[in-house]
Design a protein. Structure first.
Length: 263
């Protein structure tokens, strides 16, 4: 079996090298760059990756573009802020050398995130199963705005691996705050709106407290110390902000309909 490791990237000059080096065992490394303005592409090419440039149309579309243009059917998908652990590498190499009839159609992999210089194993952050190794003849990326995932064909066999994908997405707390405000909350609100979900003043008032209690208490975030508290606090901010943004979308939609009726 031959494997294509595919990575999507945008202005990742500080992270792309480690991501590529962690998949050096693959038969092909394909980096799809969404028009970076730094030296991401130069670094990737220097490390032997094939680089394609594709305008950004969203996470799912970009990852599907990468999978479609890979040289091999077996796809290992990695983000630029992720690394393959040694244990995961050993498992993937065993599968690579296995008899194809013994393989499942896709494999879920636990993802271990690092925050405030420590691995986070509670608060709903771990094991954070990700279906990242799959036969593209049996699976495709779902077309969603956020929290993209692979959708496998009916009757596909999916198994789990033990080794972790190591995740280094949050650089510091100010970056975490920025990510929520500019990416995660707006995209989550837009996806909720497009799916017909609606919010209310009561939900806006309670969403933050509910998210904090779930993350910090019910999911054991307190076991991760100060980092766990910070994560729960940001989870509360994210929940509050996405409902507030959704409320704004509802108001704008209502005003637009009223204006159309009056004209």
């Amino acid at each position: 079996m031959k494997i294509s490791a595919v990575i999507i990237a945008f202005n990742e000059e500080n992270k792309i090298a480690e991501a590529i080096e962690s998949v050096a065992w693959a038969d092909e490394i394909l980096v799809v760059d969404s028009e970076s303005t730094d030296i991401t592409r130069t670094i990737a090419e220097r490390l032997g990756a094939k680089v394609l440039v594709n305008k950004w149309h969203g996470f799912s579309k970009q990852k599907q573009f990468a999978a479609d243009r890979a040289a091999h059917d077996w796809i290992f998908s990695l983000d630029a802020d992720e690394r393959v652990s040694d244990e995961l590498k050993a498992e993937l190499l065993r599968l690579k050398n296995a008899i194809e009839s013994d393989l499942a159609d896709g494999y879920r992999i636990p993802r271990l995130s690092f925050y405030m210089n420590r691995p986070i194993r509670h608060g709903g952050w771990y094991p954070d199963w990700q279906l990242r190794f799959f036969n593209r003849r049996k699976g495709k990326w779902k077309d969603v705005l956020i929290h993209e995932s692979i959708e496998m064909a009916e009757n596909s066999r999916v198994e789990k691996l033990k080794g972790d994908i190591l995740h280094f997405s949050v650089e510091d707390v100010s970056h975490h705050h920025q990510m929520i405000g500019t990416r995660y909350a707006p995209l989550a609100a837009r996806q909720m709106f497009e799916r017909g979900r609606r919010t209310s003043a009561a939900k806006i008032f309670t969403a933050g407290a509910t998210a904090f209690l779930q993350t910090y208490v019910l999911k054991g975030g307190f076991l991760d110390g100060l980092a766990g508290f910070a994560i729960a606090r940001f989870a509360a901010h994210h929940a509050f902000l996405k409902h507030l943004l959704l409320w704004e979308m509802q108001q704008a939609s209502r005003e637009s309909r009223e204006a159309s009726r009056e004209s």
